[in-house]
Ligand binder design. Sequence first.
Ligand SMILES: Cc1ncc(COP(=O)(O)O)c(C=O)c1O
Length: 358
Amino acid sequence: MKRPLVRDDLRSMDGYHSPQVEVDVRLNTNEAPLAPPEDFQAAFLEEAAKVDWHRYPDRAAQSLREELAALHEVEADQIFVANGSNEVLQTLCLTFGGHGRTAVTFEPTYAMYGQIARTTQCRVFEAARDLEFRITESSLEDVIDSEDPDLLFLCSPNNPTGTPESKEVVEAAVSKSRGVVVVDEAYGQFADFTAIEMLKRSEVSESLVVTRTFSKTWSMAGVRLGYCVAPPWMLPEFEKVVLPYHLDSLKQIAGRIALRFHDEMEQRVTQISDERDRVSVALSDLGLEVFSSQANFIMFRTTACGVEGDELWQRLLAKSVLIRNCSKWPGLADCLRVTVGTETENNIFLEALEGAIK
Ligand SMILES: Cc1ncc(COP(=O)(O)O)c(C=O)c1O
């Protein structure tokens, strides 16, 4: 039997690869180490029991959008919700990318910007960060001048390096670029600055979009819920490319109820930040090169301890500890990234690591 041919441009592409294997300690995808509070779960089950299973969900997700708008002090017509921030990114690429258009990423960064943009047949230009993984204003200006991007992706704090983006860089990107500037704040609650400030009514920036997710700090990776804050004119454009009723009723309930537990979420952020600082010091004490992080993960280079990144990653896996192997990413030779887990998980990781580098 002959197999139909997939699109020419897809044949040379790889899918998203992050191993899902059974291990004792899983610190590879930057999820929250703790589930949402029990009261959240009880309130969710109570509302879920009232769902009209035979009816489509509220297509506009109005209540959820209003509540998110109140949280960020913007208007509901600035909030677009989707199945994880990946679907938000896809919606942005479908709206502003596509054939004959250009997206710019600053490598190393979250791999899905390039991946999703390419699936819309958008050309992707990978610009470089400096040695400390920062984007300088001059490199930003150069790439905007040379590539004239339709989409420019910033990630703050950046995955996998943990580097936050400065307000100056975001402002420079918005003022210089003709295209849309996307600031991915999947880990935004860990950083001091949020670009959402630039989308408040008094100074709505017409070309800025800030994406957020419930997958990380909200402890809801299993639910797949994300959103963006955008200027109001973009929302009707997003509606043209997104599938009708894409956000199911249960997800809308989960999101609304999660927001009632905002204080608990902030407490988790504080706890995780404290643990991150403790683990960072312990990694430095083991002689590793540790990159300063403003997120719930830490990237480190293994060169100084005399074991290659790949090898160390394998040795940890053999001890049933799974972290992220970034050593094949551009500019990240021998780099690994560990998600901050519970105190117990972090201790198991550190002990396994100490044994693995001896
Ligand atoms: C920077 C960044 N953006 C977006 C995502 C995707 O998140 P979601 O689960 O909301 O699709 C991730 C997930 O790891 C991420 O690291």
